[in-house]
Design a protein around this ligand. Structure first.
Ligand code: ADP
Length: 605
């Protein structure tokens, strides 16, 4: 059997120990391209096995794996089809909705589990499964504590669309929640030695004759293989990135662009349905109101939450910007050209670090005066200035007669002024696999499929007809933890822990030159353009070869650029060339590093 293994993005080696014919055959992994390696296993090798196979290394999957390990599971393996972990979770910008937390208490915010349930049901048009919503709300404060307890940072509470009170918990530096979360989960996975097989796509869940989970079929670049297991946690995310599936379940949404990463293709839903799982609310697809039409960059709801307003091409406001995503999206689609500008001032810019990224990426129009901004937006100057004046008065009076907005903290009068062109795009698929409150997957007859659990966007029922901002992260942490606990309980009730066959080895494999470089010895600095701005590198040449590349300045998304850094830098050192492969999912970061090294090496010729 030939089997390909993958390097975890942290650079750790994932090695399999095949227990075949009474002996262990250890398969070394050598790094040629920084990401994936192939290993020939001898013919004596048995199939791989694990107690729990988690499919998908996004927020829900990694949370489930960690919680299972914390509960005592010793043989957990995570499969991830992309080269890096994180999925859509990395793109998540808002935060985690939680009620009755110590952070709310410290800020004097009066909230309750009941109010959280009520807001979520109202936001979801009462289509949600009330039992799942109750579980979500009841476990939300513990989810915040859990993330903080494993090294995360959710300490600031803010206002978000659809919430009656300040409930969304965010990183204290006001940065986007996703990268913080994925970094935290990656680190904890590493600490707990939980292997992640990247570039490995699960294709099938296999049941035994009794209908219990028995194994997972997966494939990588070397072909198909099977991992025997007792339990599976399905955490493959949603299907908004799969236009055929979107069209199949709700053709109305096929016209929109989408905000999802390439791996959001609904695989888990297809795999679960194939073994009899029930699906719920599959036609419920959420469009996010504020997405850049060219780059598909999603502008977090926090921009509006922190004060921005929406202005149409006539220079007028048209909606309470803090209503739920479906309402705001529908309102934008009714405007001329079906897009709008999100307008804010310097104070709002300074209140949210996510905005810095949009501005650094060149996405924002900016101007010293409102008149100049109107020109750049191509809207009527007088009408726009009047809109801004009326809004400033509304903030001063504490009453927005025009659109009924109640959160009126920023009068938007401090130069500079900014505008982000925004239109709705497919964002989240609310429907998915049916689960109960213990995250067991339920089949079409209403019975649990023994050993199968699911969490996160792959599931349906938590969000009903519309997901509130902040509830996806609450969902992945709350139900990810429940799925991990349930899967471990199932394993313990069905024979207990077994020895791991796929293990993480804590060895770094530093790259060494494989060809001669022919550069002048010395240390050189170079700059390249990444996703979030300039990337500055220091390149060390010794004996004519590039021997080290250090990123000294970087504004890329944490959780993504590290994979590019490891892979691209290793490849540059090995090949002594800056023309190397980019990392899927981190293309711009990869290119930025290459450009920076190429610029540095110009001085070394
Ligand atoms: P959630 O928010 O529910 O955790 P994410 O989108 O963050 O969802 O993560 C889901 C992860 O599952 C992604 O990293 C995605 O690439 C991965 N994934 C999707 N389908 C498969 C599959 N067939 N095999 C392995 N991983 C998968």
């Amino acid at each position: 059997m030939k089997k390909k293994l993958a390097l975890l993005m942290t650079g750790l080696l994932v090695t399999s120990m095949f227990a075949g014919c009474g002996k262990s055959t250890k398969n070394e992994v050598t790094d040629t391209n920084g990401v994936v390696e192939s290993v020939d296993n001898n013919t004596e090798s048995k199939e791989l096995s694990a107690d729990i196979v988690v499919i998908g290394a996004g927020g829900a999957g990694m949370t489930a794996a960690i919680q299972a390990a914390q509960d005592g599971a010793t043989n957990v393996v995570v499969l991830e089809k992309m080269p890096i972990t994180g999925g859509n979770t990395t793109r998540s910008t808002g935060g985690l909705n939680a009620a009755e937390t110590k952070f709310q208490e410290a800020q004097g915010i009066e909230d309750s589990v009941e109010l959280f349930i009520q807001d979520t049901m109202t936001g979801g048009k009462d289509l949600n499964d009330i039992n799942l919503v109750t579980t979500l709300a009841q476990n939300s404060a513990a989810a915040v504590d859990w993330i903080n307890g494993i090294g995360g940072d959710l300490a600031v509470v803010a206002m978000f669309g659809g919430a009656s009170v300040e409930r969304i918990h965010r990183p204290s530096d006001t940065s986007a929640v996703g990268p913080m979360l994925v970094n935290t989960l990656n680190k904890k996975m590493e600490e707990l030695n939980i292997p992640v097989l990247t570039n490995t796509e699960a294709t099938k869940i296999n049941l035994d004759e009794a209908g219990k989970v028995a194994s997972v079929t997966a494939k990588d670049a070397d072909g198909e293989f099977t991992i025997d297991c007792k339990s599976v946690v399905l955490a493959t995310g949603g299907f908004a990135g799969n236009i055929e599936m979107v069209t199949k379940y709700n053709a109305e949404y096929s016209k929109f662009m989408n905000t999802n990463h390439a791996g959001a293709t609904g695989d888990g839903i297809v795999m679960a349905e194939a073994i009899g799982a029930d699906l719920v609310d599959m036609d419920q697809i959420q469009i996010h109101p504020t997405v850049d039409m060219e780059t598909q960059t999603l502008y977090t709801e926090g921009v509006r939450g922190n004060g921005a307003i929406l202005v149409n091409l006539e220079g007028k406001r048209f909606v309470n910007e803090l209503l739920t995503r479906d309402v705001v999206s529908a309102a934008i689609l009714e405007q001329p050209e079906a897009y709008a500008y999100m307008v804010f001032d310097q104070k709002v810019r300074e209140s949210l670090s996510a905005i810095e990224k949009y501005i650094n990426s060149g996405l924002a129009l900016e101007a010293d005066t409102l008149e100049e901004l109107a020109d750049k937006m191509g809207v009527d100057k007088d009408s726009f200035v009047q809109t801004m004046t009326t809004y400033a008065e509304a903030v001063a009076n504490g009453e927005d007669k025009e659109c009924g907005r109640t959160s009126l903290d920023q009068d938007l009068t401090t130069s500079k002024f900014y505008a982000l062109k925004s239109a709705p795009a497919n964002h989240h698929t609310m429907g998915g696999v049916k689960i109960d409150t213990t995250a067991q997957v339920i089949n079409k007859d209403g019975n649990a499929i023994p050993g199968l659990y699911a969490a996160g966007e792959v599931t349906g029922g938590v969000h009903g007809a519309n997901r509130l901002g902040g509830n996806a992260v609450a969902d992945i942490v709350v139900f990810g933890r429940i799925a991990g606990t349930s899967a471990n309980e199932y394993v313990q009730a069905n024979g207990g822990n077994t020895e791991a066959t796929i293990v993480v080895e804590k060895e770094e494999a530093p790259a060494t030159p494989e060809v001669d470089g022919n550069y002048k010895d010395g240390t050189y600095t170079g700059t390249g353009k990444g996703n979030g701005g300039d990337i500055v590198v220091e390149v060390k040449v010794e004996g004519g070869n590039v021997v080290a590349v250090t990123l000294t300045e970087v504004h890329e998304t944490p959780g993504i650029y590290e994979a590019a850094e490891k892979s691209v830098v290793d490849a540059i050192i090995r090949t002594q060339s800056t023309d190397v492969d980019t990392v899927t999912g981190a293309t711009n970061s990869s290119k930025g590093i290459m450009e920076a090294v190429a610029n540095a090496l110009e001085q070394a010729k």
